[in-house]
Design a protein around this ligand. Structure first.
Ligand SMILES: *Cc1c(COP(=O)(O)O)cnc(C)c1O
Length: 388
């Protein structure tokens, strides 16, 4: 069990950490999970890749998450070890043959995704003709409001998807359709467009589609990215589901980012200042790799133990990470107190998604300390006030 503190300032006071510290918010993770499970009219699958830390998964589970979207044998094993009775789904359209075999034989996984006939053939061959499986056809969706387009890599176009559905059905499998609107989708419209496309594919195929999976993509709240409230997106999805009028079909979603983003922050320390450049102890090879496209900026909160910051003056700083690589720099400057100096701390908020999951050990730097914290990262009326 990680150590618990009331506030992140208490973490700084007590540990004076010169290493990065992840501050997990059990209550926020539980509440977010509960809201998702309450609002979504179907099964909520947590996309494990987003943050596979066992404590994070534990709080989501405590909040009611009972299904896990996994993409590799290791992720399936991870879920099985931690939650022996819970269900994993193998939702990757390109799987290794050994991966399919172990998923089926060892773990008894019965949900698989395809976006080609070749992958369907692989599944048939590696599961010994077991037709007691649910095969989901991944549909490519047009880009609509997401900062990461996942349909460039995966997904069949509508006519091809309809053909695949027919084959899945003819082979005796339960047929499903799934899509992913792209990560950090900031308009509810992205889901509407995709579900309307689903309707056309279903009608064209003439297949009784038993499962529809609306994927992930639900947005987190960042400095430069304020997605609509979850309620707004869920209302749109529920409206679309009513319009589909498929009472025999079960619905699923696969949130990653929106379940975990606000539930974790990261405390870093300034190790050197050169004018308007700050060198801190975490960077793009560690927890901050999602910043590299420049499309996503985390809110920050500066902290100092001895004395206070000058509240009047701020400055835009270039932030460098700890490795010797010159790419280890945040692409956007960060506004901080003008008198920030070596030994001060900078907390990055809403960093639960794709942070520790992507951190490398490059140059011997690997963020790995975790604590739990009671207070939320300050986010008031859609703003990130910075209070130290
Ligand atoms: C990454 C991924 C997710 C989670 O996406 P978020 O944008 O984090 O919600 C869900 N489903 C699949 C298939 C994925 O690859």
């Amino acid at each position: 069990m990680p150590r618990h503190f009331d506030t992140t300032f208490d973490v700084v006071k007590e540990l004076k950490p010169s290493y990065p510290v992840y501050c997990l918010r059990p209550n926020i993770l539980r509440e977010t999970a509960q809201r998702f499970v309450d609002m979504f009219p179907g099964d909520v699958l947590y996309a494990v890749k987003c943050n596979p830390h066992p404590e994070v998964m534990r709080y989501l589970h405590e909040g009611g998450v009972r299904h896990f979207d996994t993409a590799s044998p290791d992720e399936i094993a991870l879920v099985r070890r931690q939650f022996p009775g819970m269900k994993s789904y193998f939702m990757h359209p390109v799987k290794s043959r050994d991966g399919i075999r172990s998923a089926h034989r060892v773990f008894g996984i019965d949900h698989y995704v395809i976006d080609t006939e070749d992958e369907l053939k692989k599944i048939r061959e590696e599961t010994d003709g077991d037709t007691n499986l649910k095969i989901h056809v991944r549909l490519a969706t047009p880009p609509a409001g997401a900062i990461y387009n996942l349909s460039a890599k995966f997904g069949a176009r509508p006519m091809a998807a309809a053909e695949l559905l027919k084959q899945v059905d003819a082979l005796g499998y339960e047929a499903g359709l799934c899509f992913h609107v792209g990560s950090q989708c900031t308009t509810a419209n992205g889901y509407r467009i995709a579900i309307e496309l689903i309707r056309q594919v279903v009608d064209f195929s003439g297949v009784k589609v038993k499962h529809i999976d609306v994927g992930g993509g639900f947005p987190g709240q960042y400095m430069n990215q304020r997605g609509p409230a979850l309620e707004e997106i869920m209302d749109e999805i529920k409206d679309c589901i009513r319009w589909l009028d498929m009472p025999e079909t079960t619905f699923m979603c696969e949130p990653g980012r929106a379940l975990v983003s606000s539930g974790v922050s990261l405390i870093t320390q300034v190790q050197l200042r050169k004018e308007d450049q700050l060198f801190i102890n975490d960077g793009v090879y560690g927890s901050l790799s999602e910043t590299v496209t420049g499309q996503l900026r985390y809110p920050v909160r500066p902290m100092r133990l001895k004395g206070e910051f000058d509240p009047e003056e701020t400055l835009d700083f270039t932030i460098y990470g700890p490795t010797c690589d010159n790419m280890d720099v945040l692409p956007a400057t960060v506004n901080l107190p003008a008198d920030i100096r070596e030994g001060d701390w900078i907390e990055f908020g809403h960093i639960g998604a794709y942070s520790n999951a992507l951190a490398t050990n490059f140059n011997g730097f690997h963020p790995e300390v975790q604590v739990t914290v009671g207070e939320a990262f300050p986010f008031v009326d859609g703003e990130f006030p910075y209070v130290a």
